[in-house]
Design a protein around this ligand. Structure first.
Ligand SMILES: O=C(O)[C@H](O)COP(=O)(O)O
Length: 248
């Protein structure tokens, strides 16, 4: 069986402060580093040997990947970074506290901004210094492809071509691949892989740094998917993520 392991980064500073992050490049907390190292231990214990890893341009994902590979003593494997694996762009919500935003606009509106398939938060103004066009790391990305906000659909539209053209085809010549990315960019990939409806995807909340394994047969057909960890604990972590967008 071939497998692709999807992993959300460990806790970031803004996860800890419960702020919308999106494309803001915040670092991991100490807890986030420990979570990433733990994920590395789990993958090592299960005997994973990755042929290649993929991650985003954001340091919380890059550093999580580095911690995982360090723990596995697989620091040497080829790694490809792509802006296409970045988190959903959260537009004008970036930096705001999620539960304060729920106090102001209501839980339901925040759920729409966080989890609906095709509704995006208000965009950053064109001249906002946070517009990715002013960030040197995106200098090779055509301006029209750089978001100032995104719905999950927009995220899927930029990520799935990369999945189909780069990540998935490399499974033909590999056995195990690792993708370290973000809560919503991974929700987009999972929606595509499992053909989850626009309505059902609202309820998927990914915990930080819990490996999610997708197994494929030799014809690259998806056979099985499961998290590595205690199901009860994972359920609680998922509920905690869902609750981050509610009033206190
Ligand atoms: O960008 C963010 O704020 C997080 O990475 C994901 O947040 P969410 O769970 O609120 O979508």
């Amino acid at each position: 069986m071939k497998s692709i392991v999807l992993l959300r980064h460990g806790e970031s500073l803004w996860n800890k402060e419960n702020r919308f992050t999106g494309w803001t490049d915040v670092d991991l907390t100490e807890k986030g580093i420990q979570e990433a190292l733990k994920a590395g231990n789990v993958l090592k214990e299960k005997g994973y040997v990755f042929d290649k890893a993929y991650t985003s341009y954001l340091k919380r994902a890059v550093k999580t990947l580095n911690c995982v590979l360090d723990r596995m003593d697989q620091d040497w494997i080829p790694v490809e970074k792509s802006w296409r694996l970045n988190e959903k762009h959260y537009g004008m919500l970036q930096g705001l506290n999620k539960s304060e935003t729920a106090e102001k606009y209501g839980d339901e509106q925040v759920l729409i901004w966080r989890r609906s398939y095709d509704i995006a938060p208000l965009p950053l103004p064109e001249d906002d210094p946070r517009n990715p066009r002013f960030d040197i790391r995106y200098k090779d990305v055509p301006d029209k492809e750089l978001p100032r906000t995104e719905s999950l659909k927009d995220t899927v539209d930029r990520i799935i071509p990369y999945w189909k053209e780069v990540i998935f085809p490399s499974l033909k010549t590999s056995n195990q691949l690792l993708v370290v990315a973000h809560g919503n960019s991974l929700r987009g990939i999972i929606k595509y892989l499992k053909n989850i409806s626009n309505e059902k995807i609202v309820h998927l909340n990914l915990p930080t740094a819990i490996p999610y394994v997708f197994e494929f047969n030799d014809d690259l057909k998806l056979m099985n998917d499961y998290f590595l960890g205690d199901p009860e604990e994972i359920k609680k972590l998922m509920e905690a993520v869902a609750n981050q967008g509610k009033k206190k």
